[in-house]
Design a protein around this ligand. Structure first.
Ligand SMILES: *[C@@H]1O[C@H](CO)[C@@H](O)[C@H](O)[C@H]1NC(C)=O
Ligand SMILES: *[C@@H]1O[C@H](CO)[C@@H](O)[C@H](O)[C@H]1NC(C)=O
Length: 382
């Protein structure tokens, strides 16, 4: 026994040396050093599983690790109840008391396949003493590491289940962080799932119909998003202001007039003016809008957020501009609510034509926009 351990330790040490030579950052080395020390300590305490003889998935240098011992600020263990049964594997036992009373330390299921790997579910009826689990029910999952290259880590989300007959629901336990399974750490789980005394008390619902119970697990490999978007808002512009001097205003007929195109925040814009009004302003007010230039193209579902001030400049009384705050999402170029923003009744025609009001001077009207923010969205893949 002792010599076997020594051999394994040497093998592990050799692999460890390989890690050191290939690792470049010192923190990486330190991490493995720490793990390595834990490996040795835990290994010395490891026992052969009497119920199965030698579990071929678990090499002698296996590390037993549980979240209960490694709780960090960034990982929270969540316990709850749910209706849905386990997805990956279920283990029903009909003589749990026999196990509790026996010297059996652990029960390990046959391998099951999930997320592209083979796993076993491991139950410690009286807790895994090597992992601070004495007096608790401990649940673990082991990965079949026979094909795992030593450097490969398999990042896994685990959710363990214990059926509760009283609630008719599954008690669940999971962590916010995933587990990193590897050749050296093929077994992860919770050493303190439920106190054995709680578990054994029939009115709590975990042991029912004599001594039946059910355990389960979900093994999922979370996939990382393949598509994404990046939304950003620009608030500094080289030329945030565009001014449109509309000369010979009285010669304009009804209908729609556009300013020259101007560019702010990576997009082209126009000011639109309807001198005799449109929609609710028709015949009684001048309508004015900020619109996205007709040649701008937006991707499906793309929207542009704009914050700006749209105004008619008072050419006589500096502080009497008519100004409207724009705070709007543009859905595309063109007309209508989604495409432009402004007022059907920006200024009444009577105010506009009244020379004392100061908006028409020498037959010129001055429209202006000041941009404060324009958003853009990048999509990946493009
Ligand atoms: C899972 O187990 C099956 C049956 O033993 C085996 O054929 C397969 O290669 C294993 N898969 C992995 C990824 O270990
Ligand atoms: C859109 O582009 C075409 C071709 O460059 C141009 O003729 C047209 O005036 C543009 N439209 C607007 C509203 O700027």
């Amino acid at each position: 026994m002792t010599s076997h351990y020594t051999n394994t330790v040497s093998a592990v040490y050799l692999l460890f040396c390989l890690f050191i030579t290939s690792a470049s950052s010192s923190s990486f080395i330190r991490q493995y050093t720490d793990d390595f020390n834990t490996n040795i300590q835990q290994e010395n305490r490891a026992r052969v599983n009497p119920i199965q003889g030698e579990a071929h998935y678990l090499h002698k240098h296996q590390q037993i690790s549980s979240r209960d011992n490694e709780l960090s600020a960034s990982n929270t263990v969540t316990k709850g109840l749910r209706d849905r049964p386990p997805q990956s594997y279920s283990l029903k036992m009909e003589s749990f008391n026999t196990l509790l009373k026996s010297t059996t330390e652990r029960y390990e299921t046959r391998p099951f396949s999930a997320a592209g790997y083979n796993w076993t579910l491991v139950v410690y009826p009286n807790g895994n003493k090597n992992d601070n689990g004495a007096g608790f029910l401990s649940l673990y999952v082991t990965i079949d590491n026979s094909y795992l290259p030593p450097h490969q880590e398999v990042y896994v989300d685990l959710r363990f289940y214990v059926f509760n007959r009283v609630e008719k629901k599954y008690f669940t336990i999971q962590g916010t962080n995933g587990w990193r399974f590897s050749f050296f750490k093929p077994m992860w789980g919770f050493s303190q799932v439920i106190p054995v005394s709680t578990f054994k008390e029939p009115r709590n619902g975990y042991l029912y119909d004599g001594d039946h119970c059910e355990f389960g697990v979900d093994v999922t490999i979370p996939s990382v998003f393949q598509t994404s978007e990046l939304f950003s808002v620009a608030e500094k512009f080289q030329n945030p202001r565009f001014t449109w001097n509309i000369r010979g205003f009285s010669t304009l007929l009804g209908g729609t007039y556009y300013s020259d195109m101007f560019s702010v925040g990576g997009r082209n814009w126009n000011i639109q003016v309807n001198p005799s009004g449109r929609a609710s302003g028709e015949g009684k007010a001048l309508s004015m809008y900020l619109i996205l230039n007709a040649n701008e193209t937006l991707r499906p579902y793309e929207k542009i957020y704009v914050r700006a001030k749209l105004r008619l400049v008072n050419q006589r009384f500096t502080f009497n501009n008519i100004e409207r705050q724009i705070d709007h999402w543009f859905n595309g170029p063109g007309f209508g609510e989604a495409f432009g923003w402004g007022e059907h009744e920006f200024i009444s025609l009577s105010d506009l034509r009244n020379p004392w009001k100061g908006f028409l001077v020498n037959d010129m009207l001055v429209a202006q926009v000041d941009f404060e923010a324009v958003s853009s969205t990048k999509y990946f893949p493009n």
